[in-house]
Every structure is written in C-alpha cells, then in structure tokens.
Design a protein around this ligand. Sequence first.
Ligand code: SAM
Length: 459
Amino acid sequence: MSVFPSISLKPEVTEYLKSIFLNNEVLAAVHHQQAERRFQKLLTCLSHPPSYTCVRASTHLAPLEEIRQKLEEELKKQMSSSSADEVQILPHPQITDVLLLPVVGPRPVKQLSSEVVVGAQCGSAVLRGAHVFAPGILASPKYMRAGDVVSVFSDLEEKCTRAAISFQGNKVFVGNGVAEMDRSRIFGAGESPRGVGVRMVEPLYQSPSFDGVLPSLVFLQNLPSVVVGHVLGPRPGERILDMCAAPGGKTCHIAALMKDQGEVVALEKVRNKIDRIRQNAQALQLKSIKAYCFNSTQAVSSDPAKETEGPPFPPESFDRVLLDAPCSGLGQRPIMACTWGLKEICSYQPLQRKLFHAAVRLLKEGGVLVYSTCTVTLAENEEQVAWALETFPCLKLQPQEPHIGAEGMPGAGLSPEQRGLLQRFSPELSWDQTEAAAPLPRRADGDTIGFFIAKFLKT
Ligand code: SAM
C-alpha cells in the first residue's frame, strides 16, 4: 500500500512524458539533470492537490467583497468552533472574480482498522475537500453501520470489486470519516443511494466542502480555467460559441463576463452531460446560455445560407469561439494513477484538429479563438498551435490577459516569440513541498493543475 505516491503510470506513458523534457533539444541541451528533475517533480506534484482551492465568484450578481464575507460565514458554520478562526479566503491579486483558499496538508492523520475503499475519481475529489458520496464506495467493513468511524482509501488501479468487504490491492489513504449509511443501504439491491456515504472529518488535505454552499454566488473552478474566460474576453451583446462545453464551468463564466447580455451557445456531444450545463446556468442565474447536444466536428452547416437557431451553424457565425478540447487530462490534480496506455493518450490529437477546423470556419473575421487543454503533452498543446498556424494562415497568435502561467514549452518548432504568447500552467516549476508556505501570488498561480491556453485572432 502506498502512503504518499507519485502518480502511477504505464511505463510506456512514463517514457512518453519523459521525452517531452529529455528529448527536448532546448531543455535537455542546457541542463540534462535539471530536465530530469523537472520531469520527476511533475510526476510527484500530479498526485497531490494544488495548494489553493479556487472559487469563481459571481461578480455579475454581487461585489467580490460581499461574496467573500458571505462565504466566510458559511464556511465557519461548517467548521468546528476550534478551527472556525482558521478560514482564510483571499482575493486573487490580478483576477477580479477569484477567491483562493489555502489547502492544508498533507496532515498527520492516524489510519484506523475499519477501511472503506472508494474509486480513484472519488478519492481525488476527497483530496480536494469533498465528502464521499455513496456511489463512489466500492468496499466497506461487513458490519459497517451509520456512525462508525472509518479510514478511507482510494483504489488506484480500478481493481476493487463493488461491495467487497476488504481490498488488498494498490490503494492510498485519503483520510478518516464517519459513515452516514449502513453497509446494507449502500450495497442494497438496485442503484446506490444518492447522498453522502462517509462524511470526512479528518481528511489528509483540509479544504472546505462547497457542496450546496452559496450555489448562485460561488463556483468551484480551477484557476487556469477561470483564466481562460478572461483570455477569451467576451463582451456584452456578442455571440459566443463554446464547442465542448460540459459541465459548463467556462460557459457560465463567459455568460457572466458578458453580464448575461448576448448569446452563449454551448455544444456538448454527450447527451447526459447537457443537464449539468443547464443546471449550472440556472444556479448561477444566467439566461443567455443555449445548450445543445451536438458533435462539434459537424457544427458547420453545409448550407451556409440557411439560418437556424441551433446547430449546425453557417460559417462565420460567432464573434468568439472557445475550443476547450477533449484531451488526455494529464494535468488534472490529484491523479494518483492513470491506467491508460499510449494509444489512448495519443488518440486526442486528430479529434482536436477536426474540432479546430470547425472552430476556424465558425469564427467571424476579426474574431477571437481560444484553444485550451488540461493536459501537459506537447502533442496536444504546442504541436497543435504549430499545426494550426501552418494550416490556417488567417490565424495570428495573440497576447493573453491575464498571463500568469509560464510560456509554451520548446520542442514543437515554435519560435521563442510565439512561445511567449502561449500560457502553460506547469505545476512542476513551482512545486516543492518545502515551499508550502510560499506567499501569494507565486504559489497560487504556479501550483495549479497542468493547463495550456493559446489565443488566436482570425484576420
Ligand atoms: N469546457 C468544459 C468546462 O469548462 O466545464 C469542460 C470541457 S471537457 C475538457 C471536454 C468536453 O468535450 C467533454 O464534456 C466531452 O464530452 C466533450 N466532447 C468531446 N468530443 C466532443 C465533440 N466532438 N463535440 C462536442 N463535445 C465534445
């Protein structure tokens, strides 16, 4: 059993990621050892949560300071009276709709003999402040009753069978909690019950739970994702396309930045994710969002003269387009294990290019296209930019505002000037356990999920 692991990857994937740093003429030629160290740091920091929880505040509904105070009151209610004074909520020094909450951890938490095992996705959510919801539970003690105190472990390799009594596979401890349901209820006949199965009382990483907290005023969102909305720069009255929209975090941010005036078209291929976009829009009181289930690679109308409300759309229909592309997700944190092989990791580049073709066609001349991913590979980031600049001579890279991440990585044939216009959030550049107390803004801006943003103008 791992106590504090680096991310566990298939060897072929490790080698592939390593090659980004070590087969890279610019990085490796300068300092081979430094490149190796940077890669090792990346593996370690990916398995840990970022050191700040970021929430986007609905500044279209209330001023930031008012939201900060309300949030503080709500979170104090959540905490025990002894720790209530510890709630710290900081505005971001540059981004006017962001509040940051320091994450405390890893804390010394004693493991108990009663074990609940949860799926890897659930385990990652617990490390970011969530409680354990019943559907995430895979194994529990045979006679577990509501009220029992248990240790929670995350199954790293998806090997634990549902309703097991114990599990000896590769698992990692994420904290202690109190069961809110009997085992018989969790694994009874039919679907798992909804709701909290284990309420975390001693999580390894202390971070507030935002479940049901001020639903119209705060939205849990990674810092780089909030940066995307600002970089896109939507203005009231515009028509914007969000091509890959679910669950709608960026769609809602775009609508909020437009003061809910204009139109945000949100497309999503997976039907059962559409409701999430609509629920989020409703919770945040945004009416300018229109969500459709549609494959965005097909979103350009073959009959350009035909105007329709929904997709497909005639070419040049939108003032701005966001392509927050489906990707290998290797920047998400914490990911303690990835069971994918190289084939899956490399499968996204062609799809991203198809989506890119549609994005460029749907954008008006003079319009802005933002491409983003939550992964760290060159193939899905800088290589895509190099390909796009060659394939679409009408696209010009643009400076980004705010630019709080690092520049683009070398190795994809882009010039230093071009790389300087890209924004890559590279947590390994700032991540160091000994720096846990580093002050804002450096640590909050650097120790984020791995992310990439490119902004283009269609000339
Ligand atoms: N932008 C979202 C947000 O901020 O909440 C996250 C988007 S996620 C990175 C990519 C989404 O694209 C997934 O929900 C996936 O189902 C969807 N997707 C994948 N292929 C698609 C396609 N061809 N057309 C539309 N959506 C697609």
